[in-house]
Design a protein around this ligand. Structure first.
Ligand code: GLU
Length: 291
C-alpha cells in the first residue's frame, strides 16, 4: 500500500445488509470524488455490526458494485491498511474501550425499559429519523459502576437537555438541533451485546483518522448525536458533508427494499456507470494492491 500526499481522509461505510442502491451509489461517488479533489485517502469500512442482518455475500456484491462504479479505495477489508481491522465485527475491543470511558465519565446509564414500556411512553415519532424520544425513566440509576461488561441492558447516552447542538455542514450549511427535543437519550450499546451504530461509527471515524464524513442527509440528526459523543470522549470531530437524498417516484427515500433501484439490477438492465452516478471527472486511480 502506498500512502497519499494529502491529509484528507474520507470513507465509504456500507452495511452489508442488502444490495447497494442508487442513493448509496450517488453518496459514495461524491465521497470518492471529494477524496480525489483533495488528493486524499479513501477508506472502505465494512459496517457489519448487526450479526442478524449482515451477510458476507452482500459484502462481496457491494465491493463488486463499487468497483464497477469506478470507485477505488486505498484502505479496506480487502486490502488492509494502518488503521484496521476494517470490519466492525472485528473491532469490539475499540468499542468496549469507548463504552468504559463514557461510563466512567458519567455519560451513560443502563436502561432496562422493555420495548413495550417504550412504546407506551412514546409520543408521536419525532421528525426525520422517527426514533421516539426516550422519556428518561432510567436516568436516575446509580448502579453504573456495578457493570463490568455492557451486555444485558441497553446503555443510553444522557443528552444535555436544552442544549443546541450545531455544526456547519459542508453541503447543507448551518444545522442546529435541540438536545432533548429533536433527539433524546440514545442507545450506544444494545441489550443483545451489540454496540450501536452511533458509538461504533464515532469510534471508527476517530480511530481511522477520517477528516470528512460524507453520508446521506437522512443521518443529519445522527451527526448531532455523534458530536455529543466526540465531545464526551474528548476527540475532535471530522467535518461533515451530507448528500441530498434520492427518492423514488412516490417521494419515498430509497432503502434496500427498493430492489429495482439496486445498482445490481440497474446494471443487469443495461445502465452504464455514467447513467448511475454521472460522468467521472477523472479516471479512477488505484493504489490498492488488487488494482
Ligand atoms: N453503515 C451506515 C449505512 O449504511 C453508514 C452510515 C454513515 O455513513 O455514517 O447507513
Amino acid at each position: 500500500m502506498t500512502t497519499s500526499g494529502g491529509n484528507y481522509r474520507g470513507r465509504l461505510a456500507p452495511s452489508p445488509t442488502g444490495l447497494l442502491h442508487l442513493g448509496h451509489a450517488r453518496t459514495f461517488s461524491i465521497a470518492a470524488e471529494r477524496v480525489l479533489e483533495h488528493q486524499g485517502t479513501l477508506v472502505l469500512r465494512n459496517e457489519d455490526l448487526d450479526p442478524e442482518r449482515s451477510r458476507t455475500e452482500f459484502l462481496a456484491a457491494m465491493i463488486e458494485d463499487l468497483r464497477w462504479l469506478g470507485l477505488r479505495w486505498q484502505e479496506g477489508p480487502d486490502c488492509g491498511g494502518p488503521y484496521g481491522p476494517y470490519a466492525q465485527s472485528q473491532r469490539r475491543e475499540h468499542y468496549l474501550a469507548a463504552w468504559r470511558k463514557l461510563r466512567d465519565g458519567g455519560f451513560l446509564y443502563p436502561c432496562t425499559c422493555s420495548r413495550k414500556d417504550l412504546e407506551e411512553a412514546a409520543s408521536a415519532p419525532n421528525g426525520f429519523d422517527d426514533e421516539p424520544l426516550y422519556p428518561g425513566r432510567c436516568r436516575k440509576r446509580s448502579d453504573q459502576a456495578r457493570w463490568t461488561e455492557p451486555a444485558g441492558v441497553n446503555w443510553r447516552f444522557q443528552v444535555p437537555n436544552g442544549e443546541m447542538v450545531g455544526f456547519l455542514d459542508r453541503h447543507l450549511g448551518a444545522q442546529q438541533f435541540l438536545a432533548g427535543r429533536d433527539f433524546g437519550d440514545f442507545v450506544v450499546w444494545r441489550r443483545d451485546d451489540v454496540p450501536a451504530y452511533q458509538l461504533a461509527v464515532v469510534v471508527d471515524d476517530a480511530a481511522m483518522r477520517i477528516t470528512e464524513v460524507v453520508r446521506g442527509a437522512d443521518l443529519v440528526k445522527s451527526t448531532a448525536r455523534q458530536l455529543l459523543l466526540y465531545r464526551a470522549c474528548g476527540w475532535a470531530p471530522p467535518a461533515f458533508y451530507h448528500t441530498d437524498l434520492v427518492r423514488d417516484e412516490a417521494g419515498v427515500r430509497l432503502a434496500k427494499r427498493h430492489d429495482a433501484l439496486s445498482v445490481r439490477s440497474l446494471r443487469e438492465r443495461g445502465w452504464t456507470r455514467e447513467q448511475v452516478i454521472g460522468p467521472a471527472s477523472r479516471p479512477p486511480e488505484s493504489r490498492c494492491h488488487h488494482g
